[in-house]
Design a binder for this molecule. Structure first.
Ligand code: 5AD
Ligand code: FES
Length: 348
């Protein structure tokens, strides 16, 4: 039987492993963990040098008609104070972002029926005509194929839709009955067929998740071969049914970032806000473990505290106007640099 160090080498070489082998790496000791990390860092540098891409995240609505059990803005959370940004607000965020050097904007929101295809279309067209040199990423949840196509035809470039878990039984424990893994996967397939650069992903340490589940997620990611993968620790929100569930850990999140970098060497992999929330140097540690993207918030400071998917989210206070400078320092401190361009995947 291979040692876990040998498995790490095998993963580096073959860019995949069997399920049982992945489970062993997921559970490996600190020493192998550090070895995995060093291989992943090397792989990141081989593919992307010391370049870190930035995406300006605009959280434009926290109204949501879905009821994911883990999420603070789920429709059943009556205590959540709701907001929507207007088209002008959104454009103002982009203007500010462009000035700061962002060349990708990510529009993320709850599944808010107010934003019909027509209204979304207007926003997409406006951003793409004002900033033809920028990429536009959407993160709007599950839509019809026609809607995805319409947004793509208007110029949207990328779409983020985490699959959350590749196991249908696990999916059921995280979502109400009417939300199915089948539909989530269908949406991901449509997005890819239409021609978006697509991102899938999971929460690390979500309630009921097992190491076997994670291995299946990794194998799904490998076969789906997305341009982007978003992972971050699950963090409980006190007004959800999962208020008492333990949070995902820093260690496991970093380990998975490394494994993903080794399985998909060219993937765009953010060090997420959730990772920054569970550790003060979470973003930096994420990059050192293989991540190569950061997505600071461009939403108006007045609404940031309201887009609370989980407790204690970072960068929601007054200091957040300084995110760009703060990030720059942090990234430079670990020998990397922020690049100001669209930062397309090298795997298109
Ligand atoms: N903790 C961490 N991540 C969360 N998300 C939603 N709720 C939480 C939480 N409590 C993630 C989901 C979703 C993305 C937008 O945010 O994975 O896809
Ligand atoms: Fe937001 Fe540092 S990245 S304050």
């Amino acid at each position: 039987m291979f040692s876990t160090t040998e498995l790490a080498d095998k993963l580096y070489r073959n860019k995949t492993l069997g399920k049982e082998e992945l489970v062993r790496l997921i559970n490996c000791d600190e020493e192998t963990g550090e070895y995995l990390r060093s291989l992943a860092e090397k792989t990141r540098i081989e593919n992307y040098g010391h370049d870190i891409y930035i995406r300006g995240l605009i959280e434009f609505s926290n109204y949501c008609c879905r009821d994911c059990l883990y999420c603070g803005i789920r429709r059943s959370n009556r205590l959540c104070e709701r907001y929507r940004l207007s088209l002008d607000d959104i454009i103002e965020c982009c203007d500010e972002g462009y000035r700061l050097g962002f060349r990708t904007f990510v529009l993320q929101g709850g599944e808010d029926p107010y934003f019909t295809d027509e209204r979304m279309g207007e926003i997409i067209s406006k951003i793409k005509s004002r900033y033809p040199d920028c990429a536009l990423t959407l993160s709007l949840g599950e839509k019809s194929r026609e809607s995805y196509q319409r947004f793509f035809d208007l110029g949207a470039d990328r779409y983020l839709l985490r699959h959350e878990t590749a196991d249908a039984e696990h999916y059921k424990k995280l979502h109400p009955q009417e939300q199915t893994l089948e539909n989530r996967m269908r949406c991901l397939r449509y997005l890819k067929e239409i021609g978006y650069q697509v991102g899938c992903g999971i929460m690390v340490g979500s309630p009921f998740q097992t190491a076997e589940n994670i291995a299946d997620d990794l194998l799904f990611m490998k076969s789906f071969n997305p341009q982007m993968i978003g992972i971050g620790p699950f963090i409980h929100h006190n007004q959800t049914p999962f208020a008492d569930k333990p949070d995902g850990t820093l260690e496991l999140t970093l380990r998975l970032l490394s494994i993903i970098r080794l399985m998909l060497p060219k993937v765009l992999l953010p060090a997420t806000t959730a990772l920054a929330t569970i550790h003060p140097r979470g973003r930096e540690l994420g990059i050192l473990a293989g991540a190569n993207v950061v997505m600071p918030n461009l939403s108006p400071v007045s609404v940031r505290k309201k887009y609370q998917l989980y407790d204690n989210k970072v960068c929601t206070g007054e200091e957040s106007a300084q995110c760009r400078t703060c990030l720059e320092h942090r990234i430079n401190s670990i020998g990397c640099r922020i690049v100001t361009d669209r930062g397309d995947s090298k795997n298109i």
